[in-house]
Design a binder for this molecule. Sequence first.
Ligand SMILES: Nc1nc2c(c(=O)[nH]1)N[C@H]1C(S)=C(S)[C@@H](COP(=O)(O)OP(=O)(O)OC[C@H]3O[C@@H](n4cnc5c(N)ncnc54)[C@H](O)[C@@H]3O)O[C@H]1N2
Ligand code: MOO
Length: 417
Amino acid sequence: MSLKPPPLKDDCFALPPGVDWTPVDEALAMLRGRLRPVVSSEEVPLMQGAGRVLARDVMALRSNPPQPNTAVDGYGFAASALPEGDAVLPLVQGRAAAGVPFDGVVPEGYAVRVLTGAALPEGVDTVVLDEDCAVNATHVAFRGGVKPGANTRRAGEDVAAGEVALAKGRVLTPADLALASAVGHGALPVYRRLRVGVLSTGDEIVAPGGEAGAGQIFDANRPMLLGVLERMGFEAVDLGQVADDRAALRACLDGAGTDVVLTSGGASAGDEDHVSALLREAGAMAEWRIALKPGRPLALGMWDGMPVFGLPGNPVAALVCTLIFARPALSLMAGAGWVEPQGFDVPAAFSKRKKPGRREYLRARMRDGRAEVFKSEGSGRISGLSWAEGLVEIGDGAQEIAPGDTVRFIPYGSFGL
Ligand SMILES: Nc1nc2c(c(=O)[nH]1)N[C@H]1C(S)=C(S)[C@@H](COP(=O)(O)OP(=O)(O)OC[C@H]3O[C@@H](n4cnc5c(N)ncnc54)[C@H](O)[C@@H]3O)O[C@H]1N2
Ligand code: MOO
């Protein structure tokens, strides 16, 4: 028998005969269509709401501002009683300060001392700035031309009572907490945080800081993925590591107690790729070969109703798959809906020629208004992930990029990092 070798391609992205690669957008659409929110809701004190997902629309219980008030320190009066040209108005006794309103009515033709944030006293609809005034014990004088309503804020001009201030599904930012408090809330309805387990697989993996023998490597993926999930607002659960052993892997998934698990390593179809083999056994939702670099093998399965993302072991591929696939999926499961990262079209500071048929993500950062990319595309070069401040996305078609050409830069921040 003669064993005939196939032609040498030395390109692990070359399409094996008869194998269809799933384009990134198609894989994303499938994922989006198959997952559902899985979290119940609860109420948290507003002060602890940052990063949580709103479980209901939040209505304004009160307007912001709640009453008409002055935006500056100065003097208030009724614009209708101003003379033509320069004004010299008699002052009433007393003043209006934030939280300490003026007690009384300001008669037409009079002015009253007002401080920033004070409710406008009855009879006042316009304020002139301190800096524009000359004042003595009894009068205030200022030039003509002050516009009616100047330097005042209308009640509800920001948000009116009864309006939706924050919509269900929103991931609460610090600014959202300011708004929710301003419109009268002290507690907020949020979803329970999605519990996401992180598991590293492989005989060669040693826990950070452990004893590594020859041929062993320290676990880079687990600390990275746990950190990524925390930053994204999920409850990250450290499931540790398991060797390339199907029974151990099975036991770990059985005992995970999480809503979803991210594993890394063993995702492709090699002799020791137990994650994909086990998920296949369990009736994998899909075992994908994605037209993506880096991050081609992605095993997706349901383990007793719990989605498992079998990420590739190479750390760069593991992170790219997490940002591109796991993040929108987890966001949907967490009640925040499907999310797409905001990218920016910027000039390239690099050259690159790319083959058609796959999407590529390059480790990148912005310098002097241009996107520069890491010196190597090696999928195990962790230092490049650390060097980078985002990714450059290069579309599925063939491309020849020269310095100055427009490319799409997605900062890590756009992925919630
Ligand atoms: N003959 C082929 N070999 C490979 C192909 C291919 O098409 N043909 N694809 C390559 C690509 S692309 C990737 S990505 C990897 C995917 O492999 P697995 O997901 O099965 O992962 P492993 O083989 O277990 O590990 C790959 C690599 O990553 C290291 N690793 C794993 N876990 C960690 C961790 N927690 N921290 C740091 N590094 C980790 C592992 O030691 C390997 O070096 O397959 C290629 N091979
Ligand atoms: O794409 Mo592998 O997924 O290069 O590291």
